[in-house]
Design a protein around this ligand. Structure first.
Ligand code: SF4
Length: 370
C-alpha cells in the first residue's frame, strides 16, 4: 500500500515538475523551486538581484530552499568551520538615538546605567579570555550615535584594536555608530578588520523603528567603511514587527551592495522591558509575530544571494533550542557570538557552544583565514 502511494506521488511530482536524475543518476532533485532559485544556485556572486527574484527564492518550498542554500554554502566555505566571535560593550548606555528595541537608548526606560568608555587594560583582559576560549574575532561596541567630536575616544579605540591585533593576533571589529571617511581611515590604520553597522530592517519598515537617523545615513557609513578598506559587517534584527516582504526588501538592500558585506549578522529580537518595541509586540497576536521558518528562509536566501559572506547567528541565539540553531547552520550560517554577554543581552557560553559544535562535527575557524 505504502509502496503504491509512494510510486503514485513520485509519478505525480514528476509530471508536475521535471525531475533531475535518471536511472543512471540516483540523485533526485525536484525542480519545485523557482527559476530564480535555480539561477541563484548556479550563478556566482553578484549584486544585481531584483526584489522579484528574491521574493521567488524566499518563498520557494522550504526543504528545497534549505537544501540549495547548504549546497551553495559548501561551494564557498569549508562546511566544517564556524567563526567564533566575542562581543564586549566598551561604552554602555546613554545613547541619544531612539532605536525602539534598544536598552541603551537614553529615551528608553530600561533601568540601564550609562557608563564611560572602559579602560584599555580591562578590554585586553576580556579579549585574552575570549582568545583562551577559542574566539578568533573580538568585537567592541560603544553606544554612540556617531564619532563626531570624539577624537580622543577614536584614538583610544584605535589603541585597543592595535594591541588586540598585535598581542593576541585576533581579528577585530568595532561598532561605534556613524563614521565618516576620515574616521574610517583612522580605524583602518590601527589595523581594524571589520566595522559593524547594521541596516536593521527594510527601508520601508525602518521609520517604524528609528527616527533619529535615516536609512541612507546607515548606507553612507557602510560605504565609508568599505572605501577605507575595512570589511563591512552589516545585517539586521528579525522580529521588529516586520512582514516577510520586509525580509525580502532587507535582503535586497544587502545583496545589492558591492562588495557584499563580509559579515552578515542575523539577530532574533530579544524584547527588553521598557523598550517601545516590547510593548508593541506584547499587544500583537502570536501568529503576527516572527515565525521560526521566516528566520530560516531569511538565512537560506541570504546564503544563496551572498555566497561569500559569513552569516552570523547573533543576538537572541540563546532563545533558540539546539535543533533550531542546527537548522540555521544547515541554512548557511557559519559564525556565532559566544562568551559571557551580547552587549546587554545574554549569550550562550563558550563551553556549551564548543560542546555543541563538536557534537555536530564543526570546529572553530582560524583567525585571518578568510
Ligand atoms: S544607535 Fe545603537 S546603542 Fe544607540 S540606541 Fe540605537 S542600537 Fe542602541
Amino acid at each position: 500500500m505504502f509502496k503504491r502511494l509512494f510510486h503514485t506521488s513520485v509519478k505525480r511530482l514528476s509530471s508536475t515538475f521535471p525531475l533531475e536524475g535518471s536511472p543512471n543518476s540516483p540523485l533526485v532533485v525536484p525542480q519545485n523551486g523557482s527559476s530564480a532559485l535555480t539561477f541563484a544556485s548556479l550563478t556566482s556572486s553578484n549584486s544585481n538581484w531584483t526584489k522579484q527574484q528574491i521574493h521567488e527564492i524566499y518563498h520557494s518550498p522550504l526543504m528545497e530552499l534549505v537544501h540549495r542554500a547548504q549546497l551553495q554554502h559548501r561551494k564557498y566555505h569549508n562546511p566544517e568551520e564556524v567563526q567564533l566571535c566575542t562581543l564586549l560593550s566598551i561604552k554602555t548606555g546613554g545613547c541619544t538615538e531612539d532605536c525602539k528595541y534598544c536598552s541603551q537608548s537614553s529615551r528608553n526606560d530600561t533601568g540601564l546605567k550609562a557608563e564611560k568608555l572602559i579602560k584599555i587594560e580591562e578590554v585586553m583582559k576580556k579579549a585574552k579570555i575570549a582568545k583562551e576560549n577559542g574566539s578568533t574575532r573580538f568585537c567592541m561596541g560603544a553606544a554612540w550615535r556617531d564619532m563626531q567630536g570624539r577624537k580622543s575616544g577614536l584614538d583610544k579605540i584605535g589603541e585597543m584594536v592595535k594591541r588586540i591585533n598585535t598581542e593576541l593576533e585576533m581579528e577585530t571589529c568595532v561598532t561605534l555608530g556613524m563614521v565618516d571617511e576620515q574616521q574610517a581611515k583612522a580605524l583602518k590604520n590601527s589595523g581594524l578588520t571589520a566595522y559593524n553597522h547594521n541596516i536593521d530592517t527594510s527601508r520601508e519598515h525602518y521609520p517604524n523603528v528609528i527616527s533619529t537617523r535615516k536609512y541612507d545615513d546607515r548606507l553612507e557609513t557602510i560605504k565609508n567603511v568599505q572605501k577605507a578598506g575595512i570589511k563591512a559587517c552589516t545585517g539586521g534584527i528579525l522580529g521588529l514587527g516586520e512582514t516577510t516582504d520586509d525580509h525580502i526588501s532587507f535582503l535586497h538592500t544587502l545583496s545589492n551592495m558591492s562588495p557584499h558585506p563580509e559579515s552578515l549578522p542575523i539577530n532574533r529580537l530579544v524584547p527588553i522591558k521598557g523598550t517601545p518595541i516590547e510593548k508593541e509586540l506584547r499587544s500583537k497576536p502570536k501568529e503576527m509575530q516572527l515565525q521560526f521558518d521566516s528566520i530560516l528562509r531569511t538565512i537560506a536566501t541570504a546564503r544563496l544571494l551572498m555566497p561569500e559572506s559569513i552569516i552570523r547567528l547573533a543576538a537572541g541565539r540563546y532563545t533558540m533550542k539546539e535543533h533550531e540553531q542546527f537548522l540555521c547552520f544547515m541554512s548557511g550560517c557559519n559564525a556565532i557570538f559566544t562568551g559571557e554577554k551580547m552587549l546587554t543581552t545574554m549569550c550562550n557560553g563558550w563551553d556549551e557552544d564548543i560542546a555543541m559544535l563538536k557534537k555536530w562535527g564543526l570546529r572553530p575557524m582560524k583567525s585571518f583565514s578568510k
